[in-house]
Design a protein around this ligand. Structure first.
Ligand code: CAA
Length: 245
């Protein structure tokens, strides 16, 4: 029976690279993303590329009821969920003095509350199966803070607190829970950063370049491997040396 991986924010950027890697490794992969039209186009592409085990479901991860419904649909279809990657995330950058309540709430909803919304229905299935791998996507900016990201840094720091608590609760059931903290990765998200600011950020990266989504996907593949069961509650940085903690 194929292992089943669910990847939120799975059709673009880092999420798409994760899906591709796991499909290549033989998983059944369900990408969960918000836009049904774009989801359909992504699925067509996967099938054309020969990834018969690709699947996609539409869900807004900031909505608890939608997450319950989508997880229930996945379990009905596949019976089990072996891997959950809580990857979906947004930015609404603004210095705190200019940050609206909406910008704050949107980022906390999508980047932090989504972890509750998705993990809550998935964990029961993993507990019943006596195995599972959960990866939560944080960020370098949850570790060090970032000018213009009070909302994002708060949510991403919260991600690791969630990981550490849940990891303790489910360790005996052979479920690992880990955080990955990427630095600046070459995705569409970078296009929102003004060029001169992005150039300044790149200058602070010792390896001298942005990271690639495929490099994050490789780390995920390592963490969900059956031999990685002793790694839990960890936060693994992957940032080109930009922040060492
Ligand atoms: N440190 C200190 N001061 C800074 C600063 C910094 N990093 N950046 C700007 N300032 C200063 C400016 O020099 C300016 O000073 P003066 O008023 O004396 O001229 C002042 O702050 C500007 O303040 P504003 O509130 O007017 O800022 P702004 O509206 O011009 O721009 C911003 C604010 C949109 C947040 C912009 O700074 C920005 O885009 N920064 C990048 C934020 C960033 O790194 N986001 C990461 C996105 S990618 C991601 O999140 C993925 C991941 O996980 C890594």
């Amino acid at each position: 029976m194929k292992k089943v991986a669910v990847v939120t924010g799975g059709i673009r950027g880092i999420g798409a690279a994760i899906c591709k890697k796991l499909l290549t490794e033989g998983f059944s992969v369900v990408a969960v993303d918000i836009d049904p039209v774009k989801n359909g186009a992504w699925l067509d592409e996967q099938k054309k590329a020969g990834f018969e085990n690709a699947d996609v479901m539409t869900c807004n991860v900031s909505d608890f009821d939608q997450c319950q419904a989508v997880v229930s649909e996945i379990i009905t279809k596949y019976q089990h969920i072996d891997v959950l990657v809580n990857n979906a995330g947004i930015t609404r950058d603004a210095s705190f003095k200019k940050m609206s309540q909406e910008n704050w709430n949107d980022v906390i909803q999508v980047n932090l509350n989504s972890l509750f919304n998705m993990t809550k229905p998935v964990i029961d299935n993993m507990l019943a199966n006596g195995s599972g791998r959960i990866i939560n996507m944080s960020s370098i900016n949850g570790q060090k803070g970032q000018f213009g990201q009070a909302n994002y840094s708060a949510a991403k720091a919260g991600v690791h607190g969630f990981t550490k608590a849940l990891a303790q609760e489910v360790a005996r059931k052979n479920i690992t829970v880990n955080t990955i903290s990427p630095g600046y990765i070459n995705t569409e998200m970078m296009q929102n950063i003004p060029t001169e600011i992005l150039d300044g950020i790149k200058a602070q990266i010792p390896v001298g370049r942005l990271g690639e989504p495929t490099e994050i996907a490789e780390l995920i593949a390592f963490l969900i491997n059956k031999n990685s069961g002793y790694i839990t509650g960890s936060n693994i940085s992957i940032n080109g040396g930009q922040h060492m903690s």
